[in-house]
Design a protein around this ligand. Structure first.
Ligand code: COA
Length: 145
C-alpha cells in the first residue's frame, strides 16, 4: 500500500468512497473540489493506493487558525473502503496527516466524529485520540438572503 497526495484524476474513486461515508457526491463535483483544494497549502488530501490506480481510502485535513484557539490541524474527512477495513489503512492515513501537521509546526490534530459513526470511535482511540467533548451541531440555510 502507498499513501500519496490525491490527484484530480482520483475524483471518480474518491466520489465512490464518499458515498460509503454517507455523502453521495458526483465525480464531477469532487473533481472541481479537488481542483480548488489541492493547490491550497493549508489543506491536504491523501489517498491509500493498494494497487496501481486503485484507491482504498482517503483523508482530508486542514490547518485552522482560530482566534481563541490558535493554529491546529483538523481531520475533515476520512473513509476506507468497506472491504478493506481492519488492514491498517485508516491508521496509515491518519499518521500521514499527523506527519504533515508536524512538518507545518502544528502540535495538535483534532477530529470531530458523529456519534452515529460508532466504528470510528474505537479507531481514533486506538490511534491515540482522546475524546474531549460532545457537541450539538447547528446549521442554517441562507435561502432567503
Ligand atoms: C473508521 C475507519 C476509517 C477505520 O479504518 P480502518 O482502515 O478499518 O482502520 P485500521 O485498520 O487502520 O484500524 C486501526 C486500529 O483501530 C481499530 N479499529 C478499527 N475499526 C474498529 C472498529 N470498528 N472497532 C474496534 N476497533 C477498530 C483496529 O482494530 C486497529 O487497532 P490496533 O491498534 O489493534 O491495530 C473505517 O472503519 C471507515 O472508513 N469507517 C466509515 C467512515 C468513518 O467512520 N470515518 C470516520 C469519520 S470521522
Amino acid at each position: 500500500m502507498t499513501i500519496r497526495t490525491a490527484n484530480v484524476t482520483d475524483a471518480d474513486q474518491l466520489a465512490a468512497l464518499s458515498e460509503t461515508l454517507g455523502y453521495p457526491v458526483e465525480s464531477e463535483v469532487i473533481r472541481r473540489r479537488l481542483e480548488r483544494l489541492l493547490p491550497k497549502p493549508d489543506h491536504v488530501v491523501f489517498v491509500a493506493e493498494t494497487k496501481p490506480s486503485l484507491v482504498a481510502g482517503w483523508i482530508h485535513a486542514a490547518e485552522h487558525d482560530i482566534l481563541e484557539v490558535g493554529c491546529f490541524c483538523e481531520i475533515l474527512g476520512l473513509v476506507v473502503a468497506a472491504d478493506r477495513r481492519g488492514e491498517g489503512i485508516g491508521r496509515s492515513l491518519v499518521e500521514q496527516v499527523e506527519h504533515w501537521a508536524a512538518e507545518r509546526g502544528l502540535n495538535r490534530v483534532s477530529v470531530r466524529s458523529n456519534v452515529a459513526r460508532t466504528e470510528s470511535h474505537p479507531f481514533y482511540e486506538r490511534s491515540g485520540y482522546v475524546r474531549v467533548k460532545t457537541q450539538h451541531a447547528y446549521r442554517k440555510a441562507l435561502d432567503n438572503l
